[in-house]
Design a protein around this ligand. Sequence first.
Ligand code: T5A
Length: 226
Amino acid sequence: MPGEGLLHNGRFITFEGGEGAGKSTQIRRLASALRGHAREIVVTREPGGTPLAEKLRGFILAGKARDFGPFGEALLFSAARIDHIDRIIRPALARGAFVLCDRFADSTRAYQGARGGMDAGMLLAMERVTLAGLRPDLTFILDIAPETGMARAHARRGAAGADRFEAEGLAFHAELRAKFLDIAREEPERCRVIDASRPEAEVARAILAACLEKWPLPEAEEKKWA
Ligand code: T5A
């Protein structure tokens, strides 16, 4: 285990973006690039990450909460998030782990705020209560045209049916893209927009470069990453 790198403190990195943008793929790649350089790597996802939150995931993505409307769905995502934060994320960060999370609170802002679903002020108030001071250190917004992302998600899914949000129309997904880009503009310190239409390896290089830019390594260690 390397001695000096800044990667040894607990870090919370989230991956956001539309459907099929490549978040899971890039989390796997970053986790494998970090292995051996960080104290511990925790890969997790939302909704989910704990047994209870995974149950809520199944319920929401099957469309069973749809009739609650955006506010009810946002409450369920938040309940799942609180369990995830309390049982997985905070303890991992306290151990000094690197936590890589597939979607987090920005997804609630974008998805439950789309189509005039929930008022932005209300979403932010709910977010404050849910996160109770936790904030990602770095958020990658994987930006891609919704047509491309949906085609990727569709190809990966094969014969399985679209889930609750994949089934929404293109206009909804175009609005999500704009909302994620708005978040990046509002919080440039935290967010990095990554062009996710490029080949996987290129996207992975851009993500690793952004991590190293934020948390530079001592020169000797950086050479090992080259
Ligand atoms: N949601 C979630 C809310 O509404 N509110 C919330 O608060 C939260 C947390 C979650 C759903 O819940 C909603 C958002 C979502 O609709 P999910 O299954 O986790 O559901 O959905 P996604 O996060 O969108 O997962 P996807 O698997 O669809 O997208 P990914 O992870 O972005 O994409 P990935 O990596 O699986 O890649 C998809 C396919 O593309 C290929 C991969 O091999 C794969 O086949 N691919 C590429 N192909 C070409 N070039 C590249 N660069 C590629 N990268 C990946």
